[in-house]
Design a protein around this ligand. Structure first.
Ligand code: CP
Ligand code: NVA
Length: 316
């Protein structure tokens, strides 16, 4: 019988801010490690023994907060939750982000932060020597995208050439899916309204990496074109946290991008429906699709835990 010894992927950076930090082989190794953690959790039960991790949240969360808290404690670590969701306790108001980071650096072993601005994470990372992990910002959601590709790999096997359609807003989740798709050799077709395309610098980096890995990142505006022949169909809220003032306009602009049974019928017959959640039934997805047999949204949610444990195992 052969046994595999898993070595944690070596990261060039000790932070996870975007999803672009790791090379393609290290990204694949992280998914491999996630699978081992899922299969043999006991093996990792003391990975974080004696480690304290600060969770800083400026926005609400169900999945990210619970999976980090449970994941850290299941590896014998401890969590300090810093609630900055109320305007009266806004991050950076009482003292600068740099000072917050420099202080935390003296007491805890890592920071997991959900923030309005990616710049806040960058400032924390510059001012704290301890690892900083992005738990969602305006620009990126790397833990989500890693869990999503882990979910696909678990179900379909190797991801090289896997055809995934992303339909809707070129937002934080879309950006991290692009970085990870490029690194994992995935064929990602993104359909957004013209004014809601992903950021040019994310497109440029993903296409550059895709040339090396034989991944494909295609951008378009027609959801039907993106979904035709896809093995996975992904959507996210039309109005992300922080963009609530634009909700009425967005609900109109994005209407043709709703994922419904008619759109799903253009994908392959065994295609899966994906959403990072929370979902809005009747807006970006119909209840039939979200709650139907093709939906893997709860697998995605469950897998956040294993992927984040793998991230922590790698960075600590
Ligand atoms: N998908 C996700 O990050 O969910 P929460 O906002 O509940 O953390
Ligand atoms: N794009 C969404 C994801 C929520 C998990 C948002 O930023 O609100």
């Amino acid at each position: 019988m052969t046994t595999t010894t898993l070595v944690a992927p070596i990261s060039l950076s000790n932070d996870l801010l975007t999803g672009a930090e790791w090379s393609p082989p290290h990204t694949r190794e992280l998914l491999h490690l996630s699978a081992d953690i899922k299969a043999r959790p006991v093996r990792y039960a003391s990975t974080l023994h004696g480690k304290f991790i600060a969770l800083i949240f400026e926005k609400p969360s169900l999945r990210t907060r619970v999976t980090f808290e449970v994941g850290i404690q299941s590896m014998a670590g401890a969590v300090v939750f810093l609630d900055h969701t109320q305007a009266s306790a806004s991050l950076g108001a009482r003292e600068s982000i740099a000072d917050v980071a420099r202080n935390l650096d003296r007491w805890v072993h890592g920071i997991v932060a959900r923030v309005y601005s990616q710049r806040v994470l960058e400032e924390m990372a510059v001012n704290a020597g301890i690892p900083v992990i992005n738990a969602l910002s305006d620009k990126f959601h790397p833990c989500q995208a890693l869990a999503d590709f882990f979910t696909l790999e678990e179900r379909f096997g190797a991801l090289r050439g896997f055809k995934l359609a992303y339909v809707g807003d070129g937002n934080n989740v879309c950006h991290s899916l692009m970085y990870l798709a490029a690194r994992l050799g995935v064929h990602l077709r993104i359909a957004t309204p013209p004014d809601y395309a992903p950021a040019p610098e994310v497109i440029a980096d993903s296409k550059r990496v895709a040339r090396e890995t034989k991944a494909k990142i295609e951008l378009m505006h027609d959801p039907r074109e993106a979904v035709t022949g896809a093995m996975g169909v992904y959507t996210d809220s039309w109005t992300s946290m922080g963009f609530e003032a634009e909700e009425a306009v967005r609900n109109q602009v994005f209407q043709p991008y709703q994922v419904n049974t008619e759109l799903m019928s253009l994908a392959t017959s065994d295609a899966v429906f994906m959403h990072c959640l929370p979902a809005h039934r009747g807006l970006e997805v119909t209840p039939e699709v979200l709650d139907g047999p093709q939906s893997v949204v709860l697998d995605q949610s469950e897998n956040r835990m294993y992927v984040q444990k793998a991230i922590l195992h790698t960075l600590f």
